[in-house]
Design a protein around this ligand. Structure first.
Ligand SMILES: [Fe+2]
Length: 290
């Protein structure tokens, strides 16, 4: 296995070649999400290996109910599922606008834009989200576009500017997430950790990040501040590394928890046509334990 630290040049070349060879904007057709064919699995696996994510399209969207999506994630190697605060009982979260209740305090459940982040950046490292799936049941009347950036390419972007930038972000105290307090009760303690790290399970590069400054304290060190500014600059300008997609009913995204965000959306006023997505998060890297 190539090492992104000591064999950097080789790793970089391999990653870029794979990225260039990948057909990352193409949707891989799926007939039955509950029972993938060997060919479908191979296409998804190979696409994820090349670009850290894959897009799919279930030919008959009606087949992709929650039960089928639960079956799908297991076939992708997502076996240890995260149960976040607002997940439904079966670890699959229904993302739609929630006006009332606990979820209404969190931006994913509103129509607002979601700035760049990786999922679960606030989790302790032993519960790091290594992969997630987003499946579109109903698209919005307008907006709701997802933007994606493979974090391997972000690492390369920074390293090529100055290796000290990635070194700064690999420190255990590069980022600190303040405690989460709901109604005076602490539901999650303070968490410190690196931005980039080597995953002990798979040896691959992982990233934790959020552009929402209010949710984070960056280490007060020049190299960390400089690295964060370089990340913001790349994410803030349109470039070839950013992929933008608006999922349609039956379409979905799987990824190794790469950098992503969402534009604001409006639902229109047709009852039953509100934007709705299923999301499932896992502690497993895609296809790593198959
Ligand atoms: Fe997310």
């Amino acid at each position: 296995m190539l090492d992104f630290e000591t064999d950097y040049e080789q790793w970089r070349q391999a990653k870029f070649a794979a990225w260039q060879a990948s057909s990352r904007r193409q949707f891989i057709p799926i007939v039955d999400p509950a029972a993938l064919s060997a060919q479908e699995v191979e296409q998804l696996r190979s696409q994820c290996e090349q670009s850290n994510f894959a897009l799919y399209r279930v030919e008959n969207p009606a087949l992709a109910d929650k039960e089928a999506i639960r079956g799908l994630v297991h076939q992708l190697g997502m076996t240890h599922l995260d149960k976040n605060l607002c997940a439904d009982n079966d670890s699959i979260t229904t993302l739609k606008i929630m006006d009332l209740g606990r979820a209404s305090g969190y931006i994913p459940y509103t129509a607002k834009a979601l700035n760049w982040h990786t999922d679960g950046y606030y989790n302790p490292l032993h519960q790091h989200i290594r992969s997630f799936l987003l499946h579109c049941v109903q698209n919005a009347a307008t907006g709701g576009e997802n933007m994606l950036l493979n974090h391997d390419l972000m690492y390369i972007h920074l390293y090529d500017q100055d290796p000290a930038l990635v070194q700064a972000l690999m420190q255990d105290d590069a980022m600190t997430i303040p405690a989460n307090v709901e109604n005076g009760v602490e539901v999650r303690g303070r968490q410190s950790g690196p931005v980039f790290y080597r995953d002990a399970q798979t040896g691959s590069l992982q990233m934790r990040y959020t552009a929402r400054g209010r949710n984070i304290e960056w280490k007060n060190a020049a190299a960390v501040q400089q690295a964060i500014a370089a990340i913001e600059q790349l994410l803030g300008n349109d470039n070839d590394l950013i992929v933008r997609i608006t999922l349609q009913p039956g379409e979905g995204l799987i990824c190794n928890n790469i950098l992503h965000g969402r534009s604001a959306f409006t639902n229109g006023n047709i009852p039953g046509r509100e934007r709705m997505l299923y999301r499932c998060r896992s502690y497993d890297r895609l296809f790593s334990n198959l």
